[in-house]
Design a protein around this ligand. Structure first.
Ligand SMILES: C[S@@+](CC[C@H](N)C(=O)[O-])C[C@H]1O[C@@H](n2cnc3c(N)ncnc32)[C@H](O)[C@@H]1O
Length: 223
């Protein structure tokens, strides 16, 4: 039997519990951001840019079921190179890194907010997973451009207007059978419609389905 305890490793479980508890404070931050986001929506501006000053301190994480989905999927396909667009405080990164440890792999994260990068690195270290994680600071459209191995697993969870440009940039680097999980399909239905169409159109090289997990996750496999 594999001695790796995965998500049941005491340090991983304790860190995730604590972070999920802290993330509950997001509701107050998001409440303060809602007038700016609504104003942007009504005037046709990007709600992501409008909400940015507020989201600097918000976790906006995957929920525990989604986290377990990340973990078991990465384990099932034995993903070695796992890439994440949108690390925030590192909750999803920890689920992925627990799989990376079992798979002898690594996670390349990405986050534009320097304070979040610092906190995410500390959180990953608290979980005992730092040697499996490289969090790249800055705009992910630049920091994820150069990846030196085929990508086996990709999580899309940064700002939603970048999912299509991101998959355009990274699709040629995905290995055959790679999984792409994209969050918030129901939350940002209109913004993400072009992404869902692209992934569900077989001629683009993926088989894809929207899962009713969390706020909707698009689950796509590179054919
Ligand atoms: C929804 S949160 C990610 C949550 C994280 N995946 C988790 O489950 O804990 C989105 C994050 O993406 C970051 N982000 C958005 N656009 C980005 C970009 N172009 N480059 C890097 N990070 C970006 C935001 O700063 C924010 O922290």
């Amino acid at each position: 039997m594999n001695a790796d305890l995965g998500l049941d490793s005491p340090r991983v479980a304790a860190t995730l519990n604590q972070l999920h508890r802290r993330a509950k404070g997001d509701r107050w931050i998001l409440l303060r951001a809602s007038p700016a986001a609504l104003g942007a929506m009504l005037t046709g501006r990007s709600i992501f840019k409008a909400a940015e000053p507020y989201s600097k301190n918000a976790y906006i994480p995957v929920d525990p079921d989604q986290g377990r989905m990340l973990y078991i999927t990465a384990r099932a396909i034995r993903a070695k190179t796992i890439v994440e667009f949108g690390t925030s405080f590192g909750i999803s990164t920890i689920y992925l890194a627990a799989a990376a440890r079992a798979n002898n792999g690594r996670v390349i994260g990405s986050e534009r907010e320097p304070t979040k990068v610092k906190a995410a690195r500390e959180n990953v270290a608290d979980a005992g997973l730092q040697q499996f994680v490289d969090i790249r600071e800055g705009d992910a459209m630049k920091t994820l451009r150069e990846i030196d191995a085929p990508i086996d697993f990709l999580l899309l969870d940064g700002w939603k207007d970048l999912y299509v440009p991101m998959i355009d940039m990274l699709a040629p680097k995905l290995s055959s059978g790679a999984v792409v999980l994209a969050d918030n399909i129901f939350t940002f239905k209109k913004t993400l419609r072009p992404y869902v169409h692209r992934m569900q159109d077989r001629s683009n090289g993926f088989a894809s389905v929207t899962l009713p997990l969390g706020h909707g996750m698009e689950y796509s496999v590179k054919l």
